[in-house]
Design a protein around this ligand. Sequence first.
Ligand SMILES: Cc1ncc(COP(=O)(O)O)c(C=O)c1O
Length: 391
Amino acid sequence: MTPGDPLNPDLSAFAQVVEPFRVMDILARALAAERDGRDIIHLEVGEPDFPTPPPVIAAGRAALAAGDTRYTPAHGTRALREALAADYRWRHDAEIDPERIVITAGASAAILLALAAGVNPGEEVLLPDPGYACNRQFVAARGAIPVGLPVQAEHGFQPTAESVAAVWGANTRAVLLGSPANPTGTCLSRERLAAIVEVVRERGGLVIMDEIYAQIVFDGSEPSAAAGFPDVVVINSFSKYFAMTGWRLGWMVVPESWVDPVRRLAQNLFVAPATMAQTAALEAFTPETEALLQTQVRELQRRRDVLLEALPGLGLKVQARPEGAFYIYADCTAHGPDSEALCARILDQAGVALTPGTDFSPSRGREYLRIAYTQSEARLCEAVERLRAAL
Ligand SMILES: Cc1ncc(COP(=O)(O)O)c(C=O)c1O
């Protein structure tokens, strides 16, 4: 199927060919099995199992009670942008002008805005393969062309300057990176990022860096790309570290020359991000909330370590050590050539919901599956036992 196939003339070419986010299909099947009375261990959806921090919820309630329900400026409240700038200062030692921060409806809206601001229809955007599934669709929605950027396990499933240079063509406009990455949990070192930025600058292109998992790192963190790369567009969100997926709140740090155009785009495309969510998010930056969130990061690290220990014994090979986020991307070819069939069988026989790699890698997704360790350690151990029996 290619765009333009006359499947349904009422729909745009894009709508006709847009792929499903397969993880949502798996979730629907898992929920159906639960309705039939089965106990399913959910390791499919990329959503923290931790609740939103209680002070944030309390502030959200108070915001609603106070009638905090009207539009804010399109780029977000000054208070939240200042809170984020302060967070960059202490977390990353980076001085970011709050004027360069744009609050958005999650990282999803931030990526759409970044592409609308920086990429023309018909231009190519390089996307690491494997990478976050929706990026291909964001690029296509812009009328631009997603181009897979092959990455190797021995390079931590992250691109190198050489690989970017090799794929960059006359019509390439941008590369969209992620660190830690979804689905691999691997990080892009500062050194490698600098080399990639150099290659892209030489070609007059744009680097967009998705740092949605940047606060969830286990083995020593790198500073944000916002520190030291003022021409890189940095994406982040309250969804993951702050466990606020449903509040639909994210942000981006844009180059100075982008401030006005991005505000105009945001005014037209979204009017404003959710008001009560912005007020509530101010409570995300207190020392108490930070202490709670750091406890959760350590809990995620323990879960990762439990799985890294168990997976080789299940014939699931982890080829690059995940350093953050809450994902493990494992080679499952010991169990057959097709991860979609394998994940369906595992859901069926073991009651464990996993995501096939085909969501993340058009080229080699059938060889991999993704485990989201968004369940307690006890449930993960139970999942391991069930997998052992089924595999
Ligand atoms: C890498 C990456 N970017 C962006 C998003 C979208 O996040 P948000 O909920 O902030 O829109 C996700 C969600 O899973 C993600 O994994």
